[in-house]
Design a protein around this ligand. Sequence first.
Ligand SMILES: [Zn+2]
Length: 269
Amino acid sequence: MAAWTLIDVIDVLEAAYPPARAESWDAVGLVCGDPAQPVEKVLFAVDPVAAVADEAVAWGADLIVTHHPLYLRGTTTVAATTPKGRLVHRLIKNDIALFTAHTNADVANPGVSDALARAVGLTGDLVPLQPFPDDPWRGLGRIGDLPQETTLGEFAAQAAAGLPATSWGIRVAGEPSRRVTRVAVSGGAGDSLLATARAAGVDVFLTADLRHHPASEFMEAGGPALIDAAHWATEWPWLDSAASILTAKGVNVETRVSATVTDAWTRGY
Ligand SMILES: [Zn+2]
């Protein structure tokens, strides 16, 4: 069987994560790589950082698919005088392509928040927290139900166990005895969805990167309860989902999900 080329693999990924659905400020798609190059090994990771490049080189990857873009804004140089420039050099020297699916993966169905919802134990149907006006099945975040009512404390413990371990785990705002059934989740920074989660009438909203003032004001106004997890941990469950899309579409490549923890916070005390 002929080897798959990079452009063929990208076609499959972009069918699942249409770039046209990315936010206007986002930068998704191919960062480096020749569309005609053969691809046999694909590494999936959240962040395009040196530790992930190390893993890709050691494993012999031909392509890295990351959630976060390497460059979000314009640049005039990829000289190896900056960490990002060094990464570009390292990848090109090792014949490794880099492809990003970011906000287009957030809003996809299934997307980043579907994988997060399953990881923290939501079992039933999932609907977007903020659906697209033209597509009720796609959009940011997900809402779903737990299989049975539980307490906030128990759900938090379950969520922590379902997500990959990071230096400081998860933080909870709300009484641990509070009853929870209906849950909203959003992978990555979910500040912008606080009001939407309240309006949706959920019992708890789980996301990442929540700051003191928005969280404090939200809880002063009665909640729902909040769970703040590590940014990397909320997006990591998606990697397996993205890898399985290649498998499901018959793309004959070896896939690997990076277990390298690339969350910015490396130690809690
Ligand atoms: Zn993110």
